[in-house]
Design a binder for this molecule. Structure first.
Ligand code: FAD
Ligand code: AMP
Length: 473
């Protein structure tokens, strides 16, 4: 092992490992330091996203959706299924295998790109040096021309609900239950809380989500959020808003005490998930004399190009400002690598798609109606319900809608918001349209295959100009 590299990346999540691969593609000699270890103690690449985030949560969402469909939806298709039963440990085992396969894939990619994987803790020192403390062995000092900080984030913990390991848990623990809790409480009805709540609700838990804010899904276009909330209620997901959790007591049951507009309340649950957001991993990330600037919430301070205050030191992903999304971090990793190599990498922060993988899925890109109103930007919008598309009807998944918002004068698309089947895939068309600065008319004049769910996008674009075909305008 040499001590000197072109690039050292600290953190092998989707921001760090993607940045590392792009650096290697551009001819740089790269080392990646990562300290993550699986529950069996083995090091594993991929960070939060692959090990305990995006991938395992989607694996469980998929498994639980199959179970729910078989239980309650196949009958309408004329398919009778008797004796369905649930094997939760097998479901968790399959999830673990998906994770192991994908993280193993990154290991192969590192090999193929000659990237050195250093298993242990990394700390930024002054003068572009890094202290590397391996899981086994003595600390070493490494140096590099450029350093990328990509240490990600971890769940926020609250004093009112301290984690207990297996009963009061974060999103990580919520992916490890070996049986279905009869009653599941979730603190925080954000993206992660809704996804975890959906998994266990589909498998049979009575799920109650306690949300501090009075509004539901504040970052989402409120027309879409209202529609989603109605659909979640139909599934039995109970969302209580304006609830401030004050105390939890872990006895035979877990007692959750909270206050809402009517005063003090409490509920009893068998398991509790705390999903109130995430915070950046910057504690002890840099030595004092490295002089790394962080903001008041602990995020590494960066400019639009992810350059920190130290020349040659970059920071990408959840550890810096912006949405905590894997693809946002990956794009930042690519941008930084390309700029190091003298190319013109950039990230368009206005066209980052968001997805909440509930059923139906919620997806959006660009600005909401409320944001446009607040900014005084003249706009008009068109909506179209999936119920009026043949494909959604044939699939028996006709809940939800697409909403397209365009500039009132130029017709340029400013935001696209969806709730409905497979909107995680449909949002890609909207993102591409916005990246190309398309108008609603451009989408309206694009031929969409029939019968597909994408016809709802087409019709919503037509609806902006009040000429949707399959609805009264
Ligand atoms: P991380 O993935 O957090 O990786 C950072 C890595 O750095 C970790 O391996 C960590 O151990 C390591 N590290 C930290 N400090 C050090 C150090 N000092 N030395 C060495 N190593 C260190 N995003 C999506 O886009 N789509 C989704 O569907 C989605 N679902 C999610 C579901 C859940 C349950 C959770 C928790 C998150 C989800 N996210 C999703 C968010 C996504 O996981 C993060 O945005 C993404 O992982 C951030 O990537 P990152 O590379 O910045 O950091
Ligand atoms: P997300 O960041 O999308 O996972 O969302 C986290 C959610 O948790 C947001 O909707 C927050 O309003 C909510 N939240 C934050 N703190 C609390 C709290 N103490 N009690 C209940 N909800 C909270």
């Amino acid at each position: 092992m040499t001590n000197s590299y072109d690039v050292i990346v600290i953190g092998a999540g989707p921001a760090g490992y993607v940045g590392a691969i792009r650096c290697a593609q551009l001819g740089m000699r790269v080392a990646v330091i990562d300290e993550y270890r699986r529950k069996d103690g083995e090091p594993s690449l991929g960070g939060t996203c692959l090990n305990v985030g995006c991938i395992p949560s989607k694996a469980l969402l998929d498994s639980s959706e199959h179970y729910h469909r078989v239980q309650s939806q196949l009958g309408q298709h004329g398919i009778k299924v008797d004796g369905v039963s649930l094997d939760v440990p097998q479901m968790i085992k399959r999830k673990d295998k998906v994770v192991a396969d994908l993280t193993g894939g990154i290991k192969q990619l590192f090999k193929a790109n000659d990237i050195e994987w250093l298993q242990g803790h990394g700390k930024l020192l002054a003068d572009r040096q890094v202290a590397f403390k391996p899981h086994k062995g003595k600390e070493k000092t490494l140096s590099a021309d450029n350093i990328i900080l990509a240490t990600g984030s971890r769940p926020i913990e609250i004093g009112a609900a301290p984690l207990t390991g297996d009963r009061i848990v974060s999103s990580t623990g919520a992916q490890e239950f070996q049986e279905v809790p009869k009653r599941l409480g979730v603190i925080g009805a954000g993206v992660i809380g809704l996804e975890m709540g959906s998994v266990w609700n589909r498998l049979g838990s009575k799920v109650v989500l306690l949300e501090a804010q009075d509004s539901f899904l504040t970052p989402v276009d409120q027309q879409v959020a209202r529609e989603a909330k109605k659909l979640f209620a139909k599934q039995g997901l109970e969302i209580r808003q304006g609830c401030r959790v004050t105390e939890t007591r872990d006895g035979k049951n877990i007692s959750v005490h909270y206050e809402d507009k009517d005063g003090k309340q409490h509920m009893q649950v068998d398991r509790l998930v705390v999903s109130v957001g995430r915070r950046p991993n910057t504690d002890g990330l840099a030595s004092e004399d490295a002089d790394l600037l962080t903001d008041e919430r602990g995020f590494v301070h960066v400019n639009d190009y992810c350059e920190t205050n130290i020349p040659g030191v970059y920071a990408v992903g959840d550890v810096v400002r912006g949405p905590m999304l894997a693809h946002k971090g990956s794009e930042e990793g690519v941008m930084v690598a390309e700029r190091m190599a003298g190319h013109a990498g950039h990230v368009n922060y206005d066209t980052i798609p968001w997805v909440i993988y509930t059923d139906p899925e919620i997806a959006w890109v660009g600005r909401t109606e409320a944001q446009l109103k607040a900014a005084g930007i003249p706009h008009r919008s068109g909506t179209f319900g999936f119920g009026a598309t043949g494909r959604a009807r044939a699939m028996d998944q006709s809940d939800g809608m697409v909403k397209i918002i365009a500039h009132a004068e130029t017709d340029r698309i400013l935001g696209v918001h969806m709730v409905g089947p497979q909107t995680s895939e449909l949002i890609a068309e909207a993102t591409l349209a916005m990246e190309y600065e398309a108008s609603a008319e451009d989408l309206a004049r694009t031929i969409h295959a029939h019968p597909t769910l994408s016809e709802a996008v087409h019709e919503a674009a037509l609806a902006v100009d009040k000429r949707a075909i399959h609805k009264a305008n």
